[in-house]
Design a protein around this ligand. Structure first.
Ligand code: SME
Length: 161
């Protein structure tokens, strides 16, 4: 694995993803412990992209359970169909929420979170985790985030033994 992640703070969002994603792929390649990899991915995204909160919820016994993350403490369990994470799990698709106050059933782990994107990690048609990214600002996420975070999540699912 590589020892350091380097991101130029002056790059555009897309340029940051283009620089960061290959570094993250390199970071987790060769390590077979899934949780260790999710932990490093959380840290790399948090510091690389300056997210307010980023982390994984893992599907365990019909619930999403909090996994590796970076940012303020978060709610630990989410049911299928609940909040943005539970909806992404249920619909098996990425959900972008420009204003969390306008998303029915949004789960406010922090009142500082204003917009959000959730990407499901799918293996053989089943969601095994979701990646949740939160922002302190409205309208933070768009098709650029979706494209690069889906690419990353697809890569992560391929590393799962
Ligand atoms: N807001 C999420 C819950 C997780 S936290 O934001 C970390 C949701 O509505 O699913």
């Amino acid at each position: 694995m590589s020892e350091n992640i380097f991101i130029d703070k002056n790059l555009s969002k897309e340029e940051k993803y283009k620089s960061l994603i290959p570094q993250i792929k390199s970071l987790i390649t060769g390590e077979e412990d899934f949780i260790a990899n999710l932990a490093n991915v959380s840290s790399a995204l948090y510091f690389g992209m300056n997210y307010f909160w980023v982390g994984f919820y893992l599907v365990k016994n019909e619930q999403l359970v909090l996994g590796p993350f970076h940012g303020p403490i978060a709610c630990t369990r989410i049911n299928l169909g609940n909040g943005v994470c539970g909806t992404s799990w249920q619909q098996k698709q990425t959900i972008i929420v420009p204003d969390v106050d306008k998303f029915p059933g949004h789960i406010a782990c922090s009142s500082d979170s204003k917009s959000e994107i959730v990407i499901p990690g799918i293996i053989k048609g089943e969601v095994i985790f979701v990646l949740d990214v939160d922002s302190e600002n409205l309208n933070s996420y768009d098709e650029t985030d979706k494209k690069y975070l889906e690419e990353l999540v697809n890569f992560i699912t391929q590393t799962k033994k």
